[in-house]
Design a protein around this ligand. Structure first.
Ligand code: GUN
Length: 285
């Protein structure tokens, strides 16, 4: 049996059409959503991500600004720029592209962003609100993964879900979102004993570790939904996921490709959060 491929690009386009209509309505009311992205340094992958974010904003009518700062920018200067954006009523979303240069404390930076403009969902206030079931900006990649799972028609409630990876950006919030959907959730990581056997129990697998082709065919329960968050650059320059797609597609029920799976959905959820922030600011939700 061969898995059906979950087309993240097509799902993204479909959602973005609806988001564009929402932006049009906000624009008519004089509330044009605005996102400001800050990029410190010249990491080549980050430059591509930031360019894609700006392009995607423009396509649906969100105003987007990119602030580029040199790699040796002092932390205090970055914090001061964030402070200005927190006070600017035209800015509804602030995103500081990660990773930051080593001399800047990431925690200080994420804490400096107003939780009301934290469209990444990384501020502890948003993380805490999510964990206790209050309204929060949902972190974009995990929120996109939930949409991808839903698009398969799979009922999440009651299912066994395994998240591989425990990062603050993906693994932990992913587990929290699956729990919110009433899945029974396990987080695996580099110290998990017998990881293959744990993963094989799962009806839903989300791989977010950053190790190319880690998840093999014999790790996966036949018919499982497999979501691959990995974006690993191979020696030949090609992109590879955390899942060995070529062999896992023969056993999974549904699987995301890399690229074209989770990636487009992450940006779509960022657009959604920015629009939500503008709507709240305008007193419309
Ligand atoms: N770097 C890689 N992924 C992300 C993300 O989702 N948000 C930010 N701010 N930086 C990232």
């Amino acid at each position: 049996m061969s898995a059906s491929i979950i087309d993240g690009k097509a799902l993204s386009e479909q959602i973005r059409e609806g988001l564009k209509r929402e932006v049009d309505v906000l624009r008519e009311r004089g509330a044009v959503p605005g996102l400001t992205v800050i990029l410190v340094g010249d990491d080549s992958a980050s430059q591509i991500y930031v360019r894609n974010k700006a392009k995607s904003c423009e396509k649906i009518g969100i105003r987007s600004d990119v602030i580029r700062m040199p790699g040796d920018t002092p932390e205090a200067e970055l914090l001061s720029v964030i402070d200005g954006l927190n006070r600017n009523p035209d800015v509804h979303g602030i995103l500081v592209q990660l990773p930051l240069p080593g001399h800047i404390n990431e925690e200080n930076v994420l804490l400096a962003i107003s939780p009301e403009k934290d469209v990444d969902g990384f501020h502890p206030v948003n993380v805490g609100n999510l964990s206790i079931g209050r309204d929060a900006f949902l972190p974009c990649t995990p929120a996109g993964c939930i949409e991808l799972i839903r698009s398969t028609g799979t009922e999440i409630a009651g299912k066994r879900a395994v998240v591989i990876g425990r990062s603050n950006i993906v693994g932990k919030p992913m587990a929290m979102l699956l729990l919110r959907e009433n899945a029974t959730v396990t987080i695996c990581h580099s110290r998990t004993n017998g990881i293959e056997d744990v993963v094989r129990q799962a009806d839903i697998v989300v791989a977010a570790v950053g190790k190319a082709h880690l998840v093999k065919k014999h790790w996966v329960k036949p018919g499982a939904v497999v979501i691959d968050v990995g974006m690993n650059r191979l020696a030949d320059g090609k992109l590879a996921g955390d899942v060995d797609f070529a062999e896992v597609k023969d056993v999974a029920g549904h699987i995301t490709p890399v690229p074209g799976g989770v990636g487009p959905m992450t940006i779509t959820m960022l657009l959604k959060n920015t629009i939500e922030s503008a709507r709240r600011t305008a007193g419309l939700s």
